[in-house]
Design a binder for this molecule. Structure first.
Ligand SMILES: Nc1ncnc2c1ncn2[C@@H]1O[C@H](COP(=O)(O)OP(=O)(O)OP(=O)(O)O)[C@@H](O)[C@H]1O
Length: 213
């Protein structure tokens, strides 16, 4: 990471909280569940920030807030003009469309032109090892294949800030090692990454800084 004096904050959160309201029954009062409790953190350009915490601590909620998908009902989040994209295994792809079409749509949602996505398609296909499956509907993919596509799209079409939710934990050992090696290259470049993982050793291996929820 850069010298402390050169650190540039790209996203900052102050006292950010998210609460979910859940109805317990038609005639019963709803209860309020805390999804995220008073988080204050700065994300710096070029860093790889790891997020650790027990199940239900709010890691996925935090990433959704940073991505702008979820509006916090407490505190303030400021994005200092950066593009952000969240890669999570359960999110994103249209099951009826092919891997190619999903890669194009994902890229365009991140703000790339179609031609820019197409110019990287060869690398996306090759890294994902999906071969002919790239032309088939995503609903025919295994979970591991979906994550390989998601990971490859994220690696070759990176926004300013890349949010990864548990994406390095699936797929076979060989692909995981390849994905980790690619992540390390990103880390040594100027890519800003926020990585959620249940694996403390993975976080320690890959991240410059860790936030415990
Ligand atoms: N849509 C929702 N409606 C109600 N409660 C929710 C919703 N999404 C999350 N929660 C609750 O908010 C809390 C935080 O959830 P979140 O998924 O962010 O945690 P997490 O740290 O990512 O968990 P895990 O490690 O199990 O993936 C949990 O108690 C969860 O039950």
């Amino acid at each position: 990471m850069n010298d402390a004096s050169e650190k540039e904050v790209v996203i900052s959160l102050r006292d950010v909280g998210v609460h979910y309201r859940r109805r317990k029954g038609i005639f019963r009062k709803s209860e309020v569940l805390t999804g995220l409790s008073s988080v204050s953190i700065d994300i710096y350009r070029g860093e790889t920030l790891g997020i650790l915490g027990r199940n239900g601590a709010g890691k996925s909620t935090l990433l959704r807030v940073i991505a702008g998908i979820l509006k916090p009902d407490q505190g303030v989040i400021e994005n200092h003009g950066v593009t952000v994209s969240l890669l999570a295994l359960q999110a994103g792809f249209d099951p009826e469309l092919s891997g190619y079409d999903n890669a194009i749509i994902s890229g365009m949602l991140m703000g790339f032109r179609r031609s820019e996505v197409m110019s990287r398609m060869g690398e996306i296909k090759s890294f994902s090892e999906l071969d002919d499956f790239m032309g088939r509907p995503v609903k025919t993919y295994s979970t591991g294949m979906r994550s390989r596509l998601g990971f490859s799209v994220a690696m070759y079409l990176s926004p300013d800030v890349l949010l990864l939710d548990e994406v390095l934990s699936v797929g076979d050992k060989q692909f995981r090692e390849k994905a980790e090696a690619e992540m390390k290259k990103k880390i040594h470049s100027q890519q800003t990454v926020v990585l959620v993982s249940h694996s403390e050793s993975q976080i320690n291996k890959l991240c410059d800084r860790v936030c415990y929820l």
